[in-house]
Write a protein that binds this ligand. Structure first.
Ligand code: ITT
Length: 208
């Protein structure tokens, strides 16, 4: 298992009463999720590790497969999240390959591929949660367009080139609290929080 970092310290609006492990190698995801979940009174323990991902066209299926493989090694409740940017005029590319594409051709490469094309895109996040008995998935999607150049700001992945619907600037230039309100991750995490509250899961205090 990789390094882990608890979410102790100043809680958000409500005092944290429930702790869930979040498995990811991506610090930006952790920071966005931690802030949203702590505001709902749910504490996150970040397990900083890279897990295996199969090659598949569906982000939902990739996430389900990875979570299934993690159940044995993690043991107790945990969640992962998989995200991808889907560019319509590139037949959904990079989609499930978003991480690899970001590390290889990067945002510059995407802008080159976009020359002369329709710039509509959407960003998808799928959260897969193991509650100790079964897996649940929560999905969020945000539509937008690919900018014509890179706008440096908070340089998380595709944020410098993705303009959400209703905005005239890239996500990299939008305050993080505003990003959480409109982003694919924000939508998926809010459904996840609703499930935790509705199912009473967060009332069952986990041993920290
Ligand atoms: P995990 O360990 O959690 O899998 P990862 O970075 O490999 O981390 P993903 O495969 O889910 O995560 O993400 C695909 C890539 O999409 C990721 O590497 C980022 O470059 C990018 N990405 C994810 N969420 C993003 C967001 O909110 N804004 C911009 N880019 C994002």
């Amino acid at each position: 298992m990789g390094e882990s970092q608890g979410g102790s310290g100043g809680y958000g609006k409500e005092k944290a009463v429930f702790m869930i492990r979040f498995i990811s190698s991506n610090k930006h995801k952790y920071e966005e999720i931690k802030s949203m979940m702590e505001n709902a009174g749910i504490e996150i323990q970040w397990i900083n590790m890279k897990y295996e991902e199969i090659q598949e066209e569906s982000i939902d299926k990739i996430s389900l497969d990875s979570a299934n493989k993690l159940i044995k090694s993690i043991g107790e409740n945990f969640f992962i999240e998989d995200s991808g940017i889907i560019i319509k005029d590139l037949q959904g590319f990079p989609g499930p390959y978003s991480s690899y594409v970001q590390k290889t051709i990067g945002n510059e490469g995407i802008l080159k591929l976009m020359e002369g094309r329709n710039r509509e895109a959407s960003f998808v996040t799928v959260v897969t949660y193991w509650n100790g008995a079964r897996l649940h998935q929560f999905r969020g999607e945000t539509n937008g367009t690919i900018a014509t150049s890179i706008f440096e700001g908070r340089n998380f992945g595709y944020d410098p080139i993705f303009i959400p619907e209703g905005f005239n600037e890239t996500v990299s230039l939008i305050p993080i609290s505003r990003k959480n309100e409109i982003s694919q991750r924000g939508k998926a995490i809010r459904s996840f929080i609703k499930y935790l509250k509705d199912s009473g899961s967060e009332a069952k205090r986990d041993e920290i």
